[in-house]
Structure formats: structure tokens, C-alpha cells
Write a protein that binds this ligand. Structure first.
Ligand code: HPA
Length: 267
């Protein structure tokens, strides 16, 4: 019999604890495209563990996704697991691979998860490139789900109201929005962007929602933050490209890093 995804996460968590030299961790952060440079501000690096040293992890396929877990001690003495990069559904490895990091973090004792991503902005009237936006809810258009069977998980509050309020104590003007995920890897068509605006979406990307669902299944409290790296296709007249996404991440890394460091210290 092949092992199920949850047992594989238990195995990876045991390997992670041993490689990190720690029994438990206070928080995990997943750094999406453009967010990797912000990781440096969160705390002092205790260890860096390549994904490929841990069972059932894959090296990320995408440029700008680092491919390791950094164990960090924050200024208040908390221990954070920072995932420098993630696996995306469009890589074709299946949904269990996409959420393996989240399940591993949960199995290693994490109770709070911060999911970051780069996103196209669907509301250029109010959003600027380089703005962080708190994810208030999501629309999952990936066509997939990390849960199979009769596990009916409540998704009324995937992204914790309490954590959003905590971030707003630090940055009161931060906007909130609904994140829509497609499978990718193509960017959207202008017609799809118009559809998503009508559906009530505020940001669009190719990640986060499946991890958010797996995290809620595991009982984690989730904070989601998008970095708006471009207006959605057709909204600006410019073609979209991944290099632009990474460039906005580099340009805003210091601000995002300070924000995340403050959030982690207040958890
Ligand atoms: N669409 C999908 N994913 C993205 C975008 C976008 O416009 N920008 C950054 N990631």
C-alpha cells in the first residue's frame, strides 16, 4: 500500500525537526514570487535546509522561488519556518505536492501560517503596483482541492479575521481583498480578468488557495498577503511577464520584510 499524504508529512516533519535541531516552531511563512528577498528581515537564521533534504519535497521549478526552508529566530525569541519558495499546481506534480509544506509545518507543531504571493491587481482604480493587500477570502478556480473524501471542512474564515486586525494595528491603511486562483501557468486573458472583476475578485494569482484549504483542515490560523505586482491582463495595455513580478518584489522587499517581522513578533 502506498503511504497517504498525511503520513508523508509526518515523516517530513520528523526529518525537519531533526535537521533544525528544534522540537517545535511557532509560525511558518511561505514566501511566494517576489517575497523571497523580504525573508532576510524576519530574524536571525538558525539553519537552512534544502527542500530536497526532506522526504517528499520537490525543488521549486520557478525562478525567484528559493527551494529551501530557513529556520529563523526572531528578536522576541520565536522560531519561524520560512519556506523560500513553493510548489505550484501548474508544475504537474499534483495537489498533494502543492500542500506538502503546509502539512509538514502543521505536523511539526506550527499553529499559525502566513501565506504570501504575487498577484495581478483586479482593481487598478484603488490598487497600486507594489501595494500589499490582506487576503480576506478566496475564490478557488484551480479546479482542484487538497482534500479527497467526506471531510467537509468549513471555509467561512480561511484567512483569520484576528490576524488581519493584528496586521492593521501595524499598518492601519492596508487594504483587504478577495484572491482568485487559477491553475496557470498562463496569465489570464482580458476577458477572464473582466469576469473575475464581476465575480468579486480583487487579486488574481496561481497559488495560496490550496495551501489555505489544507491549513484549515489541519486547524491552522492563516494570514494571507498578496503583493500586487501588475494590473491584471488587459487593464493596463501592457503584456505581463514573470521578470516584472520579481522586480516589484525586489523593490518592495525591505518594506514587506519589516511588515512580516513585526507581524511575526506580535503573533
Ligand atoms: N496573474 C496571475 N498570477 C500573477 C499575476 C497575474 O496577473 N501577477 C503575479 N502573479
Amino acid at each position: 500500500m502506498t503511504k497517504d499524504a498525511y503520513s508523508l508529512a509526518d515523516e517530513a516533519a520528523a526529518a525537519l525537526r531533526s535537521a533544525a535541531g528544534l522540537d517545535t516552531f511557532d509560525v511558518a511563512l511561505v514566501m511566494g514570487s517576489g517575497w523571497v528577498p523580504a525573508a532576510d528581515a524576519i530574524g536571525e537564521t538558525v539553519r537552512e535546509i534544502p527542500f530536497t533534504d526532506l522526504p517528499s519535497f520537490r525543488a521549486p521549478a520557478v525562478a525567484g522561488h528559493g527551494g529551501k526552508i530557513r529556520v529563523v529566530r526572531t528578536s522576541s525569541g520565536r522560531h519561524a519556518l520560512i519556506f523560500l519558495g513553493r510548489t505550484h499546481l501548474y508544475e504537474g506534480l499534483g495537489v498533494d505536492a502543492v500542500v506538502h509544506g503546509v502539512r509538514t509545518a502543521a505536523a511539526a507543531g506550527v499553529r499559525t501560517l502566513v501565506l504570501t504571493n504575487a498577484a495581478g491587481g483586479l482593481r487598478p482604480e484603488t490598487q497600486n503596483v507594489g501595494d500589499p493587500v490582506l487576503i480576506s477570502d478566496h475564490i478557488n478556480l484551480t479546479g482542484d482541492n487538497p482534500i479527497t473524501g467526506t471531510t467537509f471542512i468549513d471555509l467561512t474564515e480561511v484567512y483569520s479575521r484576528r490576524l488581519r486586525a493584528l496586521v492593521r494595528e501595524i499598518e492601519p491603511a492596508l487594504a483587504e481583498g478577495v484572491y482568485v486562483a487559477f491553475r496557470g501557468p498562463t496569465y489570464e486573458t482580458p476577458a477572464e480578468i473582466r469576469m473575475l472583476r464581476t465575480l468579486g475578485g480583487d487579486m488574481v494569482g496561481m497559488s495560496t488557495v490550496l495551501e489555505g484549504i489544507a491549513a484549515r483542515e489541519a486547524g491552522l490560523e492563516v494570514l494571507g498577503i498578496s503583493l500586487v505586482t501588475n494590473p491584471g491582463a488587459g487593464l493596463s495595455g501592457e503584456p505581463l511577464n514573470h521578470e516584472e513580478v520579481l522586480e516589484v518584489g525586489r523593490a518592495t522587499a525591505a518594506r514587506m520584510g519589516v511588515l512580516l517581522a513585526k507581524v511575526v513578533d506580535r503573533l
